[in-house]
Ligand binder design. Structure first.
Ligand SMILES: [Zn+2]
Ligand SMILES: [Zn+2]
Length: 527
């Protein structure tokens, strides 16, 4: 096999191929129970898996990415944002609980579809598996039976990590009562094959159930997980910190996988928490933030970039409300520029290239044209949205931020950055990045000297069209010089007149963005 790679997901792919040599198709897995809003932490699991999938492909392998919705899991508690009346469904499988918002077949499907939709433009290619369907069809029946056959070994493995040993007689299954639908049940006996007898403590039902024909039986999580590794022949699956701790479900899973199911456990990677700064994201859904919150201000490739540049075992905070948002965009732009312009072949350069490739997935054929995010935020606020493709693009050309001729694709990229920059400025950005043009020319209480300077500027702008920033700068500095104000005061006055505040972006850029004619009109109103 080739030399050990430099990028983290390439290394994991490399390790996976070493552990499972010559697989015809590699299986990378991930999953969650749809018990509520799927948050950014769960997304980290998905994207971590996806990077390994892409790396395996990069190394020439065939790969399948499966995502298991554990929707036969029990409804454990009513999360925030769901009516208290749902208390009565506790103990049922998530697919049998109704949709709290009444727009889907079930509680499970509501949250499943939400995430599946959010993932559509994230360049992940996933086969979603709804486990409830498989349980109901009896597809796991043989593996459930295997667990029952080896139940004393299962108990021994689990007991090693428990304070209190599991109660005898132990059966590694939960039964959903066929009468009331809940799992407050006890197994009374097992016939050595597919039939169990249970008693329901909720409704009093007692009967035999054939889980190959009827479903309704599910192993507890710690056993369900390795059972799935066997069933799907999983080669790689990451897990969150809580599962990865010593004696956690990953440890017991590995042992159960080997001893009960005779399956080499998949390659593991622990992933850390992701958090966000600030408090502006609504906490109506339990204080978590989701992929769709991220998409408000970050494009899919930037989101992928955030996770590709940080190793999964490192916790990090995603900025929403600080100016670090600008730095992230700038950093991505720099990686992109280097990708196309830097021809060095050292380790560091190769690493950066892989970070970029994993972020974009389909690397553009030629170097994309980008405008800095900070400037995008400014333009997005000063040019009305319906004029972005016309006046916005035009002014960006005149300020030198865009070349004279622009491909359609680049135009789309510029506009999508403007959209996110606007969202950011409107909902999250620090005050100093929030601009509002003084369209109605409200009186600013300018003194005589200031008023004269504003008039002089207006006269110049009325006089003739200015081509670009440099030409405008020359004019502005000469007006400043001829006025009774010192240069600093002159610019402050101009910003007060146009923005109602004492500072702003380069004045010539501001005038071009507003438009020479509109600027003149604002100044006219102040006269
Ligand atoms: Zn719904
Ligand atoms: Zn019952």
């Amino acid at each position: 096999m080739d030399e050990r790679p430099v990028f983290w997901s390439d290394q994991l792919a490399f390790g996976t191929r070493k552990k499972f040599e010559d697989e015809e198709e590699y299986v990378c897995a991930s999953g969650v129970s749809p018990s509520g809003v799927v948050h950014a932490g769960n997304f980290r699991e998905i994207i971590t898996t996806d990077f390994v999938v892409k790396s395996l492909k990069h190394q020439g392998e065939d790969v399948e990415f499966i995502y298991s919705w554990d929707d036969y899991d029990r409804f454990r508690k009513v999360p925030e944002g769901v009516p208290d009346s749902f208390e009565k469904h506790i103990g049922k499988p998530l697919v049998e609980v109704p949709d709290p918002q009444d727009c889907h077949e079930s509680y499970a499907e509501h949250y499943e579809e939400k995430l599946e939709k959010q993932l559509e433009d994230m360049q992940v290619d996933i086969n979603f598996i709804r486990q409830a369907e498989k349980f109901k069809k009896g597809e796991y029946a043989d593996l459930i039976k295997k667990g029952l056959e080896k139940r004393s070994e299962v108990k021994e493995i689990l007991d090693k990590y428990r304070k209190e040993p599991l109660k005898e007689p132990y059966y590694p299954v939960h039964v959903y009562c066929t009468e009331c639908g809940k799992d407050f049940t006890e197994v009374k006996s097992w016939n050595g094959s597919y039939t169990l007898e249970y008693h329901c403590n909720e409704c009093g039902e007692q009967r035999e159930i054939n889980f190959k024909q009827e479903g309704n039986v599910k192993p507890p999580w710690r056993i369900d997980w390795p059972m799935r590794w066997k069933y799907e022949q999983v080669n790689f699956e990451p897990a969150g910190k809580e599962h990865s701790a010593a004696g956690g479900s990953r440890d017991t899973g590995n042992e159960l996988s080997e001893k009960i199911y005779d399956k080499e456990p998949p390659v593991h990677q622990m992933y850390e928490f992701v958090t966000k700064d600030g408090s502006k994201i609504s906490s109506s859904e339990g204080g978590v933030f989701t992929l769709s919150d991220l998409k408000d201000i970050y494009s899919p490739e930037i989101i992928r970039f955030l996770f590709s540049e940080t190793k999964p075992n490192k916790a990090f905070e995603i900025p929403f409300e600080s100016e670090e948002v600008i730095q992230i965009y700038d950093r991505f732009d720099r990686y992109e520029k280097d990708y196309f312009e830097d021809s060095r072949d050292d380790k560091d350069t190769r690493h950066r290239e892989r970070v970029y490739e994993q972020a974009t997935v389909e690397v553009p054929e030629s170097q994309p044209v980008r405008i800095p995010f900070k400037h995008a935020a400014f333009v997005a606020q000063t040019v009305p949205e319906e004029e972005w493709v016309t006046k916005g693009i035009e002014s960006l050309k005149r300020t030198g931020h865009l070349p004279d001729s622009l491909h359609e694709k680049d135009k789309t990229r510029v506009v999508s950055r403007l959209e996110r920059a606007k969202e950011w400025a409107r909902n999250y950005a620090p005050e100093k990045y929030v601009y509002e043009i003084n369209w109605d020319g409200t009186a600013q209480g300018l003194n005589r000297e200031q008023q004269d300077a504003v008039n002089a500027m207006k006269n110049q702008l009325e006089d003739r069209p200015f081509e670009g920033s440099d030409e405008l700068d020359d004019m502005l500095y000469s007006v400043a010089e001829q006025s009774d104000l010192d240069t600093g005061e002159f610019f402050q006055t101009a910003y007060m007149a146009l923005l109602g505040r004492e500072s702003g972006p380069r004045l010539s850029t501001l005038i071009i963005s507003i438009g020479q004619e509109q600027t003149t009109q604002i100044l006219q109103k102040l006269a």
